[in-house]
Write a protein that binds this ligand. Structure first.
Ligand SMILES: NC(=O)N[C@@H](CC(=O)O)C(=O)O
Ligand SMILES: [Zn+2]
Ligand SMILES: [Zn+2]
Length: 422
């Protein structure tokens, strides 16, 4: 397949033609006269987005999402690569399990699927999983996480950090002290949790783990990544650790950049997520940290759930919300349209840095001749009301339903193939 995209604007402002041929960007001057063309006047072309934090639910909960449906949603959101979290059923904690998800991705994926391996067997937090075998497998696992659960045992966390150094891997931590915020905790501990009668999830249940983990990263000289940072306290600790040269990186979700605790007053379980939506002061701290680079990447934490798992009282419903399809829209709304961030920085936070952290070759690359043809065409001014029913995901727990937001993704190309078009 070949396609000549005419007159697209790159993140740095240059206007250029892009010639997609055999999966790479070829010299536009070499395109034959009759080649298929796409007029991209007024559109931005940016590298395909890379998500470090996606729940695809396969194997085990194919009623909520599959590799097919989840990567379809990813392509619709402008992503050309997602990292599939390990909290499936069975858990991705062996080389075989990792290769199974990897093969599903190659066969059915509408984007590249990088497998995240579990840190501990069965996410039980007791024994290390087969980290080395997963790294050596065909899935080439480089990111390990018990996401959904915190690796709360300090010695296990130390061992995991030490182990992954052998292949320059990284441990992505779900920072939640299980004693300070147990399994029933579901509302930011504040006046809100008291008034609404919901078990509180104090911000320090996150920051105490972040503080411990940056110390363990310093001790082991290894790479720790903080998933879904939600509090001002965590941001301060990460800022301090980075100044000292600790190998810590961090991620912000679209929902923690836009949504806040008062939404929970509706008791609508779509707004139940872990960590919980925080108050506006915390939201502001997350935006600032993403702008100044204390938070390195946007990770969607796309967490589809079937209706029967959300149709419960708030404290019983499963936590998690969709994110892939509106991630770029939210970042444009909150960061670009407010003048806090420019396009080259957005490309770093959503494409090149996540690709580098996950060690994904061929993703997050500049749009230059010879590079893989992974890109998104973006209309930065289009807007629309979000319709949860129109989602490519199998699930409907979309927290942006009914909101007027940017509607930026015009088309997505992965390995030179169109994977989404409006
Ligand atoms: N974010 C969530 O609330 N839920 C995630 C797990 C997680 O990311 O911790 C899920 O798997 O559903
Ligand atoms: Zn998590
Ligand atoms: Zn998650």
């Amino acid at each position: 397949m070949s396609l000549l995209i005419n007159g697209a604007r790159l993140a740095d402002g240059t206007i250029t033609d892009l010639y997609l041929k055999d999966g790479v960007l070829a010299d536009p001057a070499s395109a034959p006269a009759g080649v298929e063309r796409f007029d991209a006047a007024g559109l931005l072309a940016i590298p395909g987005l890379v998500d470090l934090h996606t729940h695809l639910r396969q194997p085990g909960r194919e009623d909520a999402e599959t590799v097919d449906s989840g990567t379809d949603a990813a392509a619709r959101g402008g992503f050309t690569c997602v990292h599939a979290m390990a909290n499936t059923s069975p858990v991705t904690d062996t080389a075989e399990a990792a290769e199974y998800v990897h093969a599903l991705g190659e066969r059915e994926g509408h984007c590249q699927v990088q497998v995240v391996g579990a840190v501990t067997k069965g996410l039980a937090g007791e024994e290390l999983a087969e980290l080395g075998m997963m790294a050596d497998s065909k899935a080439k696992v480089r990111v390990f996480s018990d996401d959904g659960k915190c690796v709360s045992d300090s010695l296990l966390m130390r061992r995991a950090l030490t182990y992954v150094k052998a292949f320059d891997g990284m441990v992505a931590q779900h920072s939640q002290d299980p004693r300070l915020a147990g399994s029933t905790a579901c509302c930011h501990e504040s006046e809100w949790s008291g008034r609404l009668g919901l078990p509180g999830w104090p911000s320090q249940a996150e920051s105490v783990i972040v503080a411990r983990d940056v110390e363990l990263a310093a001790l082991t000289d290894s790479r720790v990544h903080v998933c879904h940072v939600s509090t001002a306290e965590s941001v301060e600790i990460i800022r301090w650790a980075k100044k000292r040269g600790v190998k810590v990186t961090a991620e912000a979700t679209p929902h923690h950049l836009l949504l806040d605790t008062p939404l929970v007053a509706s008791y609508d379980t779509t707004f139940k997520v872990n960590p919980p939506l925080r108050t506006s002061e915390h939201v502001e701290a997350i935006r600032e940290a993403l702008a100044d680079g204390t938070i390195d990447v946007v990770g969607t934490d796309h967490a589809p759930h079937a209706r029967q798992d959300k149709d419960h009282p708030f404290d019983i419903a499963l936590p998690g919300m969709l994110g892939l399809e509106q991630a770029l829209a939210v970042v444009i709304e909150v960061m670009i349209n407010t003048g806090r961030m420019d396009w080259p920085t957005l490309v770093q936070r959503m494409s090149s840095t996540p690709a580098a952290l996950g060690q994904v070759p061929g993703q997050g690359r500049p749009l230059a001749i010879g590079e893989p043809a992974n890109l998104v065409l973006v209309d930065p001014t289009a807007r629309a009301a979000v319709d949860a029913a129109a989602s490519k995901s199998r699930s409907r727990n979309n927290p942006y339903h009914g909101r007027d937001l940017p509607d930026p993704v015009v088309a997505t190309y992965w390995r030179g193939r169109q994977t989404y078009s409006r």
